[in-house]
Design a protein. Structure first.
Lengths: 311, 274
């Protein structure tokens, strides 16, 4: 395991409110890790803690082996953060915004020009580089904010609601970019969002949060198995099988129920490991199988099941 | 200390202020009045007004002149009545008013930099950069202090030229500035510039908008008005010694306010105010 982030029993208290309440998780290099939860779940506070903006009330955390509380500057040199609002200098141009943050990240003149130009080209803002940001559309501002977060090529990227308020096309562009960052550059991405569709598409693992606590942590499959160990599998036949086939499946130990529908069967099994045995039995009985589809649970289903149990 | 980052923050803040008309319009208008309009008014008027009118005006001035230190009184010896009027008004009466400039410049830039940045919701991105709290604080202080001093000195320069030009017909020589103006320009003016920003830093922690900070920091002008009234009534005369003493006191206040301001300028408290 090559953990970029390690968090143990992390707590952050504001007055009477435990914004982060005993979180423990790790994020591995090259992973897209999702922090999911409703507003007030503690996602943004976690991002702030991990960047050394806020000190924790209790617990420990390490980012690249450094404690963000004491080595905040070193940590922030290796992280890029896309804040929930673009937080751009609207009275300055796109180029001036990027040059300013490049300077703060310690990038010097020749490299800075090259890097700023690259970012402007990549995010399709080169033709508007000299225009004031206040004249930009919401999507352009979000792209510029992403360019700012990436200007120093950070190995770890925090994205707080990256597609919030964007139209579907712009959101799609941003999501494609996030996917490519991890795939092509090996960058680690922490995605704080309540957009479950986006998280399902992008994240390798997610932490589902509520009121500062992690309700569940893992990949979509792991969470799904934990919540619903019994699973349904839909089997579609090339030719409708004989009546007795469904009955023979019921004799298998881990098959719970079977329902037949013309050229298809729906079988509920104890766990996914039983599915190959079901298929083998059907083939032995002469069934001609066209498709076998274990029913996947969406992140949305998982999320609401967890929130209902954890709220 | 990363000076490159600090300069970048200062430059960025100044670029932003340049776009804020509410901030810079008064900062341009007031120096123009001080440096051009006033010297013309007080130098040319006595050259066109009847001597009797000046005599009547000077009657009150003469009582004030008697309260001045003897070394200053000698400056007026042997001068014509018109010359006395110009000397008194341009070299003494207007002198403390100039301290409004560094105060105003630095508090306007400071209000925009410290409170405006928060109001425009751009602070968060800055907090995620790898600069230290102290570099961020000093960058913003520099953004306010350097142009405040530079613009004040530029105004002084224009004022000096204008006074000498406008009164050349009366004096037939370059007579201004008097020795009291040197500590005013180079000791008291920087101190007032720092006072403007350090007070604004303290105010910024308690207000939410640029306009609130701008208006509250404007109350510092009372200090300058006290000096103007003191001088006009003869209670306090801004000679070299007094200027040095007042300057030292202001520098001490500056040091205390800057220390307190920097101690409270922490990421964790700044992010809580967003």
């Amino acid at each position: 395991m090559n953990a970029v982030i390690e968090v143990n029993s992390l707590v952050r208290i504001f007055g009477q409110n435990r914004a982060v309440d005993g979180m423990t998780f790790h994020v591995e290099q090259g992973e897209v890790f999702g922090l999911l939860g409703p507003n007030g779940a503690g996602k943004t506070t976690t991002v702030r803690l991990l960047n050394g903006i806020l000190p924790p009330s209790e617990g420990t955390m390490c980012v690249f082996g450094l404690d963000p509380t004491t080595c905040g500057e070193d940590v922030r040199r290796r992280t890029g953060v896309l804040t929930e609002t673009p937080a751009l200098y609207e009275r300055l141009s796109a180029r001036e915004n990027l040059e300013f943050f490049a300077t703060l990240q310690g990038i010097h003149a020749p490299d800075m020009n090259r890097r700023v130009n690259e970012m402007l080209e990549f995010f399709e803002l080169a033709s508007r580089a000299k225009d004031k940001v206040e004249t930009f559309s919401k999507g352009m501002k979000q792209r510029l904010a992403l360019a700012r977060a990436l200007i120093h090529q950070p190995p770890l990227l925090f994205l707080d609601e990256p597609t919030s308020g964007l139209d579907p096309e712009a959101a799609q562009q941003v999501n494609d970019l996030i996917a490519s960052l991890s795939r092509a550059n090996g960058q680690t991405v922490v995605l704080a969002t309540h957009n479950l569709f986006e998280a399902q598409r992008l994240c390798n693992r997610v932490a589902v949060m509520n009121k500062g606590k992690i309700l569940a942590l893992g990949s979509l499959k792991e969470l799904s198995r934990r919540l619903w160990p019994m699973t349904w599998v839909d089997i579609v036949f090339h030719v409708k099988p004989p009546e007795h086939v469904a009955g023979s499946l019921r004799t298998l130990r881990d098959v719970i129920q079977v329902s037949a529908d013309d050229e298809a069967l729906s079988v509920q099994v104890e766990n996914e490991d039983v599915i190959p045995e079901v298929v083998r039995l059907l083939v032995e009985q002469g069934a001609s199988i066209l498709r076998v589809n274990p029913r996947d649970h969406t992140l949305e289903e998982i999320y609401f099941a967890l929130q209902a149990g954890g709220a | 200390m990363n000076w490159r980052s600090m300069w970048a923050i200062a430059r960025k803040d100044l670029k932003e202020v340049r776009q804020n008309k509410v901030a810079w319009e008064p900062a341009i208008a007031i120096p123009l009045i001080f440096a051009i309009l006033m010297p013309i008014l007080f130098s040319v008027v006595p050259q066109v007004l009847p001597v009797d009118d000046i005599q009547r005006e000077l009657g009150e001035i003469e009582t004030l002149l008697k309260k001045l230190p003897p070394s200053i009184q000698t400056l007026f010896d042997g001068l014509k009545i018109e010359q006395m009027f110009v000397l008194y008004m341009t070299a003494f009466m207007l002198a403390p008013l100039f301290l409004i400039l560094p105060l105003m410049f630095s508090s306007v830039v400071g209000a925009d930099s410290f409170v405006g940045e928060r109001e425009r919701k751009t602070m968060e991105a800055l907090l995620y950069s790898p600069v230290t709290d102290m570099e961020l604080f000093l960058g913003k202080v520099l953004a306010a202090v350097i142009p405040a001093i530079a613009l004040s000195w530029l105004t002084y320069l224009v004022y000096i030229i204008m006074v000498n030009l406008a009164s050349y017909g009366l004096f037939q020589r370059i007579w201004f500035p008097l020795p009291t103006w040197w500590p005013l320009m180079f000791w008291l003016t920087p101190a007032f510039a720092l006072l403007g920003i350090s007070a604004t830093v303290m105010i910024s922690a308690r207000v939410k908008t640029f306009m609130e900070a701008y208006q509250l920091s404007g109350s510092l002008v009372v200090l300058v008005l006290a000096l103007v009234v003191g001088q006009a009534t003869g209670v306090l005369y801004l000679g070299v010694g007094t200027v040095m003493l007042v300057g030292t006191l202001i520098w001490i206040v500056d040091a205390i306010l800057i220390y307190l301001g920097s101690r409270n300028f922490k990421r964790s408290s700044l992010i809580a105010r967003l």
